[in-house]
Write a protein of this length. Sequence first.
Length: 67
Amino acid sequence: MGLDIRWPIGLMFSLIGVLLTGYGAINSGSSQSLGININLVWGIVLIVFGALMLLGAVRGGKKPPTV
């Protein structure tokens, strides 16, 4: 079956991560907690997770099915 849930999950988290990182970079002084820009940090975390999902989807699609 050709259904791989990693593609939409990876794209969604990457897109949200890019938006959140951009917002955190533009509004660097507004959302600080203990001196840490929360939006910027979590945006980077979401980008990394989305990239790992996309990497898994690309690598998982190259294996031929075994019978």
